[in-house]
Design a binder for this molecule. Structure first.
Ligand code: PA5
Length: 338
């Protein structure tokens, strides 16, 4: 029997630490780029969201495109396109890669094979291969490592070996059963319980991690979850908690993702927002990032979110593995499209 989703999820640090000896930049014709576009969906796209933060640190523009085709600006903007699909069979991502080919844009594929792998081989597109045989969301570390490699080769991000080492060291400690972070994640999972998890984060470094928390809670625990970002939520959502207090107090729990690099005004907003809403919703708690580099800080929060999603599954007796609805829709669309 293969490893469970839970077991593979706990292998994040090992995935990040995996050497990429076969992926020397000299062997891959990845051109220097001024801008890049990560095309992918779900568990494959989320790495792109983290990479946006890394590119911004270096002053580069990176967007994530979760749709068919390409955004209108791609024709003139001529980004490097990174088509990321773990299975290689996600139709939106294949559509994006085909559109990029029609526009003669530089493309790199990150995949374990499938139709995207076949397309890339046929068209001479460089492939950064990902190990096969997993659920896409459990290959996060493998995909991120390759995405950063591709973007670094294009000059869009700079992530030093030290940053990766720090991220590996911090995430392996967090994911060690019985660690302080492990226990924190357990407490958070109990506090959220069978409620809808609302993840509050701030624009920038914690926002992409909040999205991963949401999707991991959705897929591993089969529970609803949503993300809201400061400062924006202070301009609308805070009003929306008042009318249905009976429902919000019993069925929603907020977790805040915090980072020591967040804007000082955002830090104040977290405090005032919490005191404003404390009567109207349950606060499950807050989690602070660990580490120095942006990569380590993001991945530390991400690892705790992964644990929370698995903890929720455990408390509700849910098997993290199946994602029947996603597979049903993929099958249905494939049939309809034929
Ligand atoms: O978690 C999942 O399984 C999904 O979100 C998939 O990642 C998504 O459907 C895209 O599939 P793939 O990652 O194989 O391109």
């Amino acid at each position: 029997m293969g490893e469970t989703v839970g077991e593979v999820t706990l292998g994040l640090a090992e995935q990040l630490a995996t050497d990429l000896p076969e992926l020397s930049p000299d062997e891959f014709a990845i051109p220097q780029a001024e801008t890049a576009l990560v095309c992918g969906m779900g568990g494959s796209a989320i790495c792109g969201d983290l990479a946006v933060v890394l590119a911004a640190e270096k002053g580069y523009r990176l967007d994530v495109h979760r749709d068919y085709g390409l955004p209108g600006w791609a024709k003139k903007g001529r980004p490097l396109v990174l088509a990321v699909s773990y299975s290689g069979n996600t139709e939106e991502t294949i559509s994006a890669a085909k559109k990029a080919l029609r526009l003669s844009l530089p493309i790199v594929a990150i995949t374990s094979g499938g139709a995207l792998g076949t397309l890339a081989e046929g068209e001479g597109i460089p492939i950064l291969p990902v190990p096969t045989g997993r659920e896409p969301r459990t290959a996060f570390g493998f995909i991120l490592r390759r995405l950063v490699f591709g973007l670094a080769a294009a000059g869009i991000v700079t992530v030093g070996d030290d940053d990766f080492s720090e991220a590996v060291q911090i995430t392996s400690e967090i994911l060690r059963p019985g660690s302080a972070s492990w226990n924190l994640a357990d407490d958070l999972a109990q506090a959220i319980g069978a409620r809808v998890g609302v993840i509050y984060a701030s624009t920038g470094l914690t926002a992409p991690v909040a999205q991963r928390w949401k999707t991991q809670i959705n897929e591993n625990a089969k529970q609803a979850a949503w993300v809201s970002l400061l400062p924006e939520l202070d301009h609308n959502e805070v009003v929306g908690w008042s009318a249905l207090r009976e429902i919000t107090r019993s069925h929603l729990a907020i977790v805040s993702l915090r980072d020591h690099g967040e804007h000082e005004a955002v830090a104040r907003r977290f405090a005032h927002t919490r005191s404003l809403l404390e009567d109207q919703v349950i606060w499950a708690g807050e989690v602070w990032s660990q580490g120095e580099s942006a990569l380590a800080r993001m991945l530390s929060l991400l690892a705790i979110g992964d644990l929370v999603s698995l903890g929720l599954a455990r408390y509700t007796g849910t098997d993290p593995e199946p994602i029947e609805q996603i597979e049903y829709l993929k099958r249905k669309l494939r049939v309809d499209g034929d």
